[in-house]
Design a protein around this ligand. Structure first.
Ligand SMILES: [Zn+2]
Ligand SMILES: [Zn+2]
Length: 338
């Protein structure tokens, strides 16, 4: 009996540890729970369909054909912004590799010195200076990294996300550094669309004495949300920072990211540079599987990896990818027992 290493090329998204789902070979990335996202789509498409079917024919004839044309344009823009927010990488930070994690742990232990038994070790924090303000970088025990400033760990997606704003079940994704402006454009244009539909509802009601009030509730919630995010953008603040009160109250720490100018803050958040995804989820990686060959003198040559040496693990270590799989299985078994 001898172990034969079989290597298979896989896309990196197949190996990512967070709780995300991927479609279209890694091009589309979302949170795992998507029920509320489908509800969002249904509400928008449903409301607009009612408007197009029951009100637009009358309004186009008696007022102007431009009314449905502009509504269609706005509708497609809203859907495009929703899908852009929902299907993109919000700015997920890759977890530390096992070697990196070991190195960081060693560094932390060396910095903390010997903690007497029974005493709690000091919190894992690093201080950095940003615009003359001290900002604390917290250690993420799941991702094994010191999070960059403004990053936070999303418990639903199980990833650290850069410039984390919040996890939005309505769009079925985290809202962070890479999709915040699309999220804002989505709420903004959805507000416009609901105000537009609501206004022509009223016009229709007045013209025909016809009782239709479709989106009164949506109007206030969506417009209110847009107003809140406009306020946050003008301060260059995230929802997460607003909820935690990071730059207000007893801390007396000024927001080091704010330019103290509403126009500059809006320009940075909405028109600043776009950031590439650091996940490289469509990149190729190799997955090694071990298989037992019954006859050592007759291995199957097409599946045996002989091209490069470094992919063959040292015999003492055993198959490298067998253990994470077993870990996952034991974790699953543990989950079932709880
Ligand atoms: Zn994390
Ligand atoms: Zn999330």
């Amino acid at each position: 009996m001898s172990a034969v290493m079989i290597t298979r090329k896989v896309r990196k998204w197949e190996k990512l540890p967070g709780k995300n789902t991927f479609c279209c070979d890694g091009r589309v990335m979302m949170a795992r729970q998507k029920g509320v996202f489908y509800l969002t789509l249904f509400l928008i498409v449903g409301t607009c369909s009612l408007f197009f079917a029951f009100e637009c024919p009358y309004l186009a004839v008696h007022l102007s054909p431009a009314i449905p044309v502009f509504a269609v344009f706005l509708f497609f823009f809203v859907i495009a912004m929703l899908l852009r927010t929902s299907f993109s990488d919000p700015g997920v930070l890759p977890r530390a590799l096992p070697e990196e994690a070991t190195f960081i742990e060693m560094e932390i232990e060396a910095a903390n010195g010997n903690v007497p038994a029974g005493q709690r070790p000091p919190p894992r924090i690093r201080n950095v200076q940003i615009n003359n303000q001290i900002v604390k970088l917290k250690y993420c025990y799941t991702c094994k990294i010191f999070r960059p400033p403004r990053a936070s760990h999303c418990s639903i997606c199980d990833n650290c996300v850069d410039r984390f704003d919040h996890h939005c079940p309505w769009v079925g994704n985290c809202v962070g550094k890479r999709n915040y402006r699309y999220f804002y454009l989505f709420t903004m244009t959805l507000s416009l669309l609901t105000i537009y539909i609501f206004t022509f509802n009223i016009v229709h009601v007045v013209m025909r004495e016809y009782p239709v009030l479709v989106c009164f509730f949506t109007l206030w919630s969506v417009v209110g949300l847009t107003g809140f995010h406009t306020y946050l953008i003008s301060l260059n603040q995230t929802t997460n920072e607003d909820i935690k009160g990071s730059w207000s109250g007893k801390n007396r720490v000024q927001n080091p990211y704010s330019h103290k100018n509403i126009i500059k803050n809006c320009c940075e958040v909405l028109c600043g540079p776009t950031y590439p995804s650091v996940l490289d989820r469509r990149g190729l990686t190799k997955e090694e599987l071990s298989a037992s060959a019954s006859n050592s003198s007759n291995p199957t040559p097409q599946t045996m990896n002989t091209s490069s040496r470094e992919e063959q693990p040292p015999a003492s270590k055993g198959p490298p990818l067998a253990s994470p799989d077993t870990d996952a299985e034991t974790a699953l078994a543990k989950d079932k027992t709880h």
